[in-house]
Design a protein around this ligand. Structure first.
Ligand code: APR
Length: 189
């Protein structure tokens, strides 16, 4: 049963509950989610530093993150792997490779895989909270609203099967990206 609630939510404005799982959206930086156990990296196949999210996460975590991740590379679009968080204020980093829009197909299925596989790793590690950036919507070119439908729809589909995860937070960089996610979240049937 899906609940709908507007109002303050750890800095966010809209939240929904799907079964026992609360989903919220905030505007901010994925590297500043101090109250969250795992943050998700919009990774490259080699699990190295990059631009956008990958650059911010590797800079904040320090070189130990790339060292720990190296043996887990390369990963394929839709896959996810987990490491420690090093200098980040979290316990884990989940690294997932989103599809390049218009190139890796079927892109919606691959993007949904990123969210499903990241949640599965959180479950395997008994985590209660995980924060996602909008995977594939930067350098990889996935249109934000289309990506939000896939991302939030996948969380909703998975919610009933989650035994540990109770909080899923989307951390959006821009105001327009936040609004798109809030709109999709509040309209999700
Ligand atoms: N916190 C939260 N969101 C951020 C941050 C941040 N610090 N920096 C960027 N974003 C937003 C972007 O605005 C975009 O909406 O995250 C979304 C994903 O953008 P990218 O990081 O470019 O990720 P993606 O599109 O999946 O491309 C991955 O980019 O950095 C390289 O090496 C990486 O090749 C890989 C590719």
């Amino acid at each position: 049963m899906a609940g709908r609630q507007a109002g303050p939510f750890l800095g966010g404005r809209v939240r929904r509950t799907f079964g026992a799982v609360t989903v919220g959206c905030v505007q901010g930086d994925i590297t500043s989610q101090d109250d969250i156990e795992a943050v998700v990296n919009a990774a490259n196949p080699r699990l190295e530093s990059g631009g956008g999210v990958a650059g911010a996460i590797h800079r904040a975590a320090g070189p130990g993150l790339a060292e720990e991740a190296r043996p887990l590379a390369p990963i394929e679009p839709g896959e996810a792997v987990i490491t420690g968080a090093h200098g980040l204020p979290n316990r884990y980093v989940v690294h997932t490779l989103g599809p390049v829009y218009g190139q890796d197909r079927p892109e919606a299925e691959l993007l949904a895989g990123c969210y499903r596989n990241s949640l599965a790793l959180a479950e395997e590690n008994g985590l209660e909270s995980i924060a996602f950036p909008a995977i594939s919507t930067g350098i990889f070119g996935y249109p934000i609203e289309e990506a939000a439908h896939v991302a939030l729809g996948t969380i909703k589909e998975e919610a009933d099967s989650l035994e540990h995860v109770r909080l899923v937070r989307f951390v959006l960089f821009g105001e327009g990206d936040l609004e798109a996610h809030e709109r999709v979240l509040s309209e999700l049937e």
